[in-house]
Structures are given as structure tokens and as C-alpha cells.
Design a protein around this ligand. Structure first.
Ligand SMILES: [Cu+2]
Length: 285
């Protein structure tokens, strides 16, 4: 009877142990997959944060790159006209630059951004540096967007400190006069890529040898009237510059093959479909 009980108990214990092992294993697997998932989620979060920061920088740059031009008209027969430009500086300031032409003033002329419109603007909203010898430059700690939210505003120049009541030049700030600032030192999109054309006809590739700088794009134009496929030497494996192989690109079968050389070196190539025809691209640093 006791023996029977023990015999009967054994499978039960075995099953319990087996369940514990399976359960434990399952737990371990779950733990590993949880930590993998956590890592992936964290990486995704970091990427989102990075993207957001990049986007914010781009938006800030775009905002800073705007310029608002204000045309200053003559008032009270002053003989003075001119222009004011309002540009974003950094993320939270603007630079107001005034240039007056026409009749020069012997004294410094007070200037402000006033509420209201020309020729009879209201109270001073933002004082500007006096116009001296026709020029004035002021950094105002507000954003261009803030200025635009406060319109109507006008840039107004006065005769002199003594005769501030007489306005000499005035211009309304108008939202439609915003343009993109010309960025100096930054290449305009599309102008930084140079293209070199190599023509391929019955006589072969022409010019047969070209020299380009790293990062430049070469366009191979097939004018043979037959299918062609440009590839680096040696035929048929193209291992000299494996990426330089039209067949491996989305331009496969096309009569024009554009390739940007990112590796410096001397790269012989050929037409894979007529391998006796070839040329050389020398890529310098
Ligand atoms: Cu080949």
C-alpha cells in the first residue's frame, strides 16, 4: 500500500518538476525577449528624440534665415528714403538694420519701431539705435514671429533728438515682404554636385579616361544603339570597385548610368555586354 502510493506519486512529482523546468525556461525566455524589446523601444525613443532635435534645429535655422524688408519712404520733404531689414538672429532675437540714402543728416537721428502705420504711427514699441551717417543696427530680443503677431508696426526715423516730432522716413512692416535670407558659406542645393559625362558609342567610351574628385558623379551615356552595362574591371566579376556596376543598381538596362564615386583610386571599367570596350575613371581626394 505504501509502495503503491510512492509509485503513484512518482509520475506526479516528475510532472511537477517538468512543469517547473518548462515554466522557468519560459520565464527566462520571456525575460530575455523583454529586455530585447526594452532595448529596441529605448533605441526607437532615442531616434525620435534625435529626429526631433534635428527638426527643431532646421526650423530654427529656417526662421533665422528669413529676412523682412521694409521700404522707408520720405516724410516731410526730408529728402531721405531707405530700407530697413529685419533678420532673425539665433532663436530669440532679431537684427534691425536701417540704411538711409538721400539727404545726409549732420546729427544722429532717433529711430524706433512704432505701433501703427505710416505716415502717422502711434507710440514707440521698440527703440532702435540712432541712425548715424545713414546707418543703424539694433538687436531686439524678440522673434520675427512675435513682430509679425504685433502688426501693424512701422519703422520710423526722426529728424533729430531735438526735433523728434518731425519724421523724416517711415516704412510699414508688412508680412508679405519676408524673403529667405541668402545664406553665405552654404552651397545652394543642387550646385555642389558636378556632373561629368562620358559618351559611349561604336568607337568606345569618350573621353576614354577622365579625372574627377571624390564625391563627383559621372554620367555614362550609351549611344551605341545596343544594350550596354557599365561595370568596373575585371570582367566578368567586377571586383575592382564592386559598387561601380550598373547591373547591380536600379539603372540596370538603362541607356544612362549615373554613378557617384565615393572612393579615390584608378578605376578601369568596361561594357559588360561587350567587354573589349572600356575606359578609366581616376578619382582624386
Ligand atoms: Cu563584365
Amino acid at each position: 500500500m505504501r509502495m503503491n502510493t510512492h509509485k503513484g506519486m512518482f509520475p506526479v512529482i516528475a510532472i511537477i518538476i517538468a512543469l517547473l523546468i518548462i515554466g522557468g525556461g519560459g520565464y527566462a525566455v520571456k525575460k530575455v525577449s523583454d529586455s530585447t524589446r526594452e532595448k529596441a523601444a529605448k533605441a526607437a525613443e532615442e531616434q525620435v528624440a534625435k529626429d526631433k532635435a534635428a527638426e527643431e534645429m532646421a526650423v530654427a535655422a529656417a526662421k533665422a534665415a528669413r529676412v523682412l524688408t521694409v521700404t522707408l519712404g520720405e516724410l516731410n520733404k526730408s529728402g531721405q528714403t531707405g530700407e530697413a531689414t529685419i533678420t532673425g538672429v539665433g532663436e530669440d532675437s532679431i537684427k534691425v538694420s536701417i540704411t538711409l540714402t538721400g539727404k545726409a543728416s549732420k546729427v544722429a537721428q532717433p529711430a524706433h519701431i512704432h505701433l501703427g502705420m505710416c505716415p502717422n504711427p502711434d507710440a514707440v514699441k521698440y527703440p532702435l539705435t540712432n541712425v548715424d551717417k545713414g546707418v543703424s543696427e539694433t538687436i531686439v530680443p524678440i522673434t520675427l514671429d512675435q513682430i509679425l503677431s504685433e502688426l501693424p508696426l512701422a519703422v520710423n526715423v526722426h529728424q533729430s533728438a531735438a526735433d523728434a516730432k518731425t519724421y523724416t522716413s517711415c516704412g510699414d512692416i508688412q508680412v508679405e515682404n519676408i524673403t529667405a535670407a541668402v545664406q553665405t558659406g552654404m552651397p545652394a542645393p543642387g550646385t555642389d554636385t558636378k556632373e561629368t559625362v562620358v559618351t559611349y558609342d561604336a568607337n568606345g567610351f569618350s573621353p576614354k579616361s577622365i579625372t574627377v574628385k571624390k564625391g563627383e558623379t559621372v554620367v555614362f551615356k550609351n549611344e551605341t544603339g545596343k544594350p550596354a552595362s557599365v561595370a568596373s574591371n575585371d570582367h566578368p566579376n567586377h571586383l575592382l570597385y564592386p559598387e561601380f556596376d550598373q547591373y547591380k543598381t536600379d539603372q540596370r538596362g538603362k541607356d544612362e548610368f549615373q554613378f557617384t564615386f565615393e572612393k579615390a583610386g584608378t578605376w578601369q571599367y568596361h561594357d559588360h555586354l561587350n567587354a573589349i570596350m572600356g575606359g578609366t575613371v581616376v578619382v582624386t581626394e
